[in-house]
Design a protein around this ligand. Sequence first.
Ligand code: PEP
Ligand code: MG
Length: 351
Amino acid sequence: MLQDLKKKPNITLDGREINVYANIGNVSDVGMVLQNDAGGIGLFRSEFIYLHSATFPTEDEQFAIYKRVAEMMGGKKVIIRTLDIGADKQADYFNLPKEENPALGYRAIRICLMQREIFKTQIRAILRAAAFGKVSIMFPMIISVREVKDAKEILEQCRKELIAEGKKTGEVEIGIMIETPAAVMLADELAEEVEFFSIGTNDLTQYTLAIDRQNPKLDPFYDSHHPAVLRMIEKTVQAGHRHNCWVGICGELGADTSLTETFLRMGLDELSVNPGSVLGLRKVIRSLDLGTGKAKESDPPVQVPNEEPEAVPVEAPVEAPAAPPAEKPKEEAESQTKKTRFSFFGKGKNK
Ligand code: PEP
Ligand code: MG
C-alpha cells in the first residue's frame, strides 16, 4: 500500500536520499500535498492566482495566499515561481499583444522585467509571506545572467522599501528555472547568482527540440527522453553542483519513474511532481540500489572501514587487489567513478 510509505524517507537501498516535493497551482492543492506527505512544494505556479482573477491581484491578496500556503506547510519549503504568464497562459486584463510565436514571445520574466510594477507587487507579497514560513522564490524562462541580476536587484529594492515602511519580511532562497538551452549553456555563470536550479523539462523539451508543446500534431515528436534533453539535464546538474547550487526537476519528467534511477545517478537533489505521484515515486526510489556501497541507516549495523573506499579508477591497472571491495566488476567501477564526478550532496548556499 502506497499509504504505508507516508513518513518514510525517500532513500535508496544503498542510502542515497533525494527530496520529493509537489507542484501546486492554488492554496486548495496544499491539502493533497500534505495528504501525500511531500517534503515541500517545489513549484507553486503563481500565475494561476492571476488567471483566476478579473484584474491584477493586489499585494495584500497575494500576501494572504502565500502566507497561508507557507503556514499550512508548517516550515517545509515552499518554492514560489514568479508570474509565468504569456504564451499558453493568457489573462485579458494584461492586454498582451497577439504574437506570431507566443512561445517565443513576450512572457514570464520578460513581462516582469518590462512591467516592473506588476513584478514588484508580487515580490513584495512573497517577501512578506516569507516571514511566516520557509519560502523560496524562483524566476522562470531565464536566458541570461543579466535577467537574474536585474530580478535580484528588484528583489533587494522591494525588501528595502518594505523595511522602510516598517513591514516584516523573511529571508528567501533564490533560484531560477532552467527551461531554455541558453540557461543550460550558461549554467555555470547562472549558478554563481542563485542557490538552486529547478529544471522545467516541459519547456526545456519544447525549446531543445524546437517542438511546440501545445501542438498535439507534434506529439509523436515531442520526446522528453530525447538524448539531447537528458544531456541538458545532466549538464545542468554538473554545473549547479560545481557552484554549490542544488538542482531539482519540476517539469512532468520528474514523475516519470522509468527515469528515476537515471536522475539519481545524475545526482539530482530534488524531484517535484504532482501531489498524487509523490508516494509512487517514493516507492520506486526506495526499491533502487545504485551500487554505491553505502548502507541504509535503518540496516543492521555492519563492520565498515573508517573511510569510504576510494572509487576504482576505470583505467587502473588490474593488479591482484588486496581486499574484496577493489574487485568490482568494471561496470560497477564505472558507475562509482561517475558518482564521484557528481556531488551527491548538493547543498543550498546562504548568499
Ligand atoms: C516546465 O516548463 O517544465 C514547467 C514546470 O513550467 P510550466 O509547465 O508551468 O511551463
Ligand atoms: Mg515552463
